[in-house]
Design a protein around this ligand. Structure first.
Ligand SMILES: Cc1cc2nc3c(=O)[nH]c(=O)nc-3n(C[C@H](O)[C@H](O)[C@H](O)COP(=O)(O)OP(=O)(O)OC[C@H]3O[C@@H](n4cnc5c(N)ncnc54)[C@H](O)[C@@H]3O)c2cc1C
Length: 316
């Protein structure tokens, strides 16, 4: 029998943790399973495919979306928070199995030892096999969006981010052609969070543990150093958009999409480079200024994405 929900152009259904693994001090890997995942899929590589997860509010029950139709979001949003739970964005780190046994792998960067843990991180810290979430994800054969990595014909890639971008960068690295050249810079909280990941031989992978140092300083210096700008220190810009999202096809600041002058001050180091940079919005904003404003990198060659913002809980 076809239900209304079966007719939605995406998956919107309950899934359950079928495996939980503490990868390292800052990462918990959860494999999500459920019958709906038989219909999960996109045309082509997943790269940095994002999904949404709805977490229960504390110990309250998971919201039911049974019978949800096209206006599910407005209806869900109209419920009290305690009842509707919390919607957050994550990345498909990997897909395992097939058919009804398909499992989505999600790597959670856990945070909040300072008392600021949000519902996503708290859920992951306590996750046990059998715990349930609501998943919003691409349904095979339907347009869903949510893949930003698009290097086009660039001959070199530059990937950079903090721990929240590690799942996306690792997923991208695992799906690049063996001929790809470039570099990936991954800042993580501690040395024990460094992972061994498959990547093309021509892509240098550099892990940057903070080990108590300030957020973003290492990835900022490493990206600029890679582009030949030495000794640049991270300075947090004053006007940070928590929802920073600047890609060749979308601008959260309203800038003209597709505009670009081409590299002016980089002696050709930026020509033919495609840059994908994600993480804390202030850190990403500072890198964007350095690359686009100071080095004149073409907007069509870059994707800058604020994955979270210090002091701001992600809204529904
Ligand atoms: C496209 C996209 C893909 C993403 N993929 C992943 C992924 O695969 N894995 C992943 O772990 N995250 C990922 N994120 C980031 C994740 O959505 C945010 O970190 C989110 O805020 C976590 O929700 P929460 O409920 O734990 O915290 P929230 O309730 O949103 O925030 C509570 C507090 O925690 C702080 N905070 C949030 N995240 C962090 C952090 N990482 N470190 C320190 N403080 C933090 C906030 O500033 C706030 O003060 C992604 C985000 C986007 C937009």
């Amino acid at each position: 029998m076809t239900t209304v929900r079966d007719a939605l152009p995406m998956l919107l259904d309950e899934v359950e943790a079928v495996r939980v693994e503490r990868l390292s001090p800052s990462f918990v890997r959860v494999e999500l399973g459920g019958a709906c995942l038989a219909d999960f899929g996109v045309d082509g590589p997943l790269y940095d495919q994002r999904i949404k997860l709805i977490f229960p509010d504390g110990d309250r029950p998971l919201p039911s979306l049974a019978g949800a139709g096209a206006s599910w979001y407005a209806e869900w949003l109209a419920r009290p928070v305690a009842e509707r739970g919390h919607l957050r964005t994550y990345t498909v780190r990997d897909v395992r199995g097939e058919g009804a046994a398909t499992r989505l792998v999600v790597d959670f960067a856990v945070h909040g030892a300072d008392g600021t843990a949000g519902p996503g991180s708290s859920w992951a810290e306590r996750a046990r096999v059998g715990d349930r979430l609501v998943l919003l994800a691409p349904r095979r054969g339907h347009e869903f969006g949510g893949i930003e990595f698009a290097p086009g014909t660039a001959s070199r890639v530059l990937l950079a981010g903090d721990e929240t971008a590690v799942p996306a960068i690792c997923a991208i690295l695992g799906q690049l052609s063996g001929q790809t050249r470039g570099a990936a810079f991954l800042e993580v909280p501690t040395s024990a969070d460094v992972q061994t990941v498959p990547h093309p031989e021509g892509v240098e992978v550099v892990w940057l543990p903070r080990d108590g140092g300030p957020l973003g300083a290492r990835v900022h210096a490493a990206v600029l150093g890679h582009l030949g700008v030495a000794g640049q220190r991270l300075e947090e810009p004053e006007d940070v958009d928590p929802d920073l999202w600047e890609t060749p096809s979308y601008s959260s600041s309203g800038e003209a999409v597709g505009a670009g002058t081409g590299p002016t001050g980089s002696d050709g180091r930026l020509e033919d480079v495609y840059a994908w940079i994600a993480g804390e919005s202030g850190v990403v904003t500072a890198l964007r200024r350095a690359l686009v404003r100071d080095l004149g990198m073409d907007r069509r060659q870059v994707a800058f994405m604020g994955y979270w913002r210090r002091g701001v809980a992600m809204g529904a």
